[in-house]
Design a protein around this ligand. Structure first.
Ligand SMILES: Nc1ncnc2c1ncn2[C@@H]1O[C@H](COP(=O)(O)OP(=O)(O)O)[C@@H](O)[C@H]1O
Ligand SMILES: O=C(O)C1=C[C@@H](OP(=O)(O)O)[C@@H](O)[C@H](O)C1
Ligand SMILES: [Mg+2]
Length: 167
């Protein structure tokens, strides 16, 4: 890790990666990068259009490429919820970043994301949100350097909790 490590946020859709990431960047004067926006710019399509047009696995491949091509330092990086399906991408992000898992419960995810069929979620069509949550939880824990329980925290509190746990 160089002297300007990134803060890399991972977690389920709706866990607060994008909103808490902006707050973290404002608090720390670090750059802010939302990798979902990098994917959309690279493809010229929304995430939902990518999933609808080419499928959820294509989105995961595009996401892997975008993450592996990212060479940031001193940035808050909000990833998409499916970033953890790529071992290569996560290894790359970990070379210069502390990976922070924003941990929220399934009911919080369901409450926050509403109709997940409109949110471009990268999942098998037959997979329930419960199954996806269980599969993802194991992956988030595998790659996390720091786990922050955000379930009962508002966005400002979640931002502070991340800062409190960083070295
Ligand atoms: N700590 C929080 N408390 C309450 N609502 C939150 C919190 N974090 C995020 N949200 C809300 O949940 C939704 C999803 O947040 P977002 O940051 O886009 O999550 P992610 O990037 O992890 O998918 C947004 O409507 C956001 O305002
Ligand atoms: O969890 C997922 O499968 C996805 C989450 C999205 O990001 P957020 O986690 O920021 O919503 C986005 O990367 C894409 O639509 C796939
Ligand atoms: Mg997001």
């Amino acid at each position: 890790m160089n002297e300007h490590p990134n803060i890399v946020l991972i977690g389920m859709p709706g866990s607060g990666k994008s909103t808490v990431g902006v707050l973290l960047a404002k608090r720390t004067a670090m750059e802010f990068i939302d990798t979902d926006l990098l994917i959309q710019s690279a493809e010229g399509k929304t995430l939902q259009e990518i999933v609808d047009g080419t499928g959820y696995q294509a989105l995961r491949h595009i996401e892997e490429r975008v993450l592996c091509d990212l060479h940031a330092s001193g940035a808050v990086i909000s990833t998409g919820g499916s970033a953890v399906y790529s071992e290569a991408a996560m290894s790359h992000l970990k070379t210069n970043g502390r990976v922070v898992f924003l941990d929220v419960s399934l009911s919080t995810v369901q409450h926050r994301i509403g109709d997940y069929s409109l949110r471009g979620i990268s999942k098998r069509p037959d997979q329930t949100i419960e199954e996806l949550f269980a599969e993802r939880n194991a992956l988030y824990r595998r790659y996390a350097d720091i786990i922050v329980d955000c379930d009962a925290l508002n966005q400002e509190e979640a931002c502070q909790a991340v800062l409190d746990q960083l070295p």
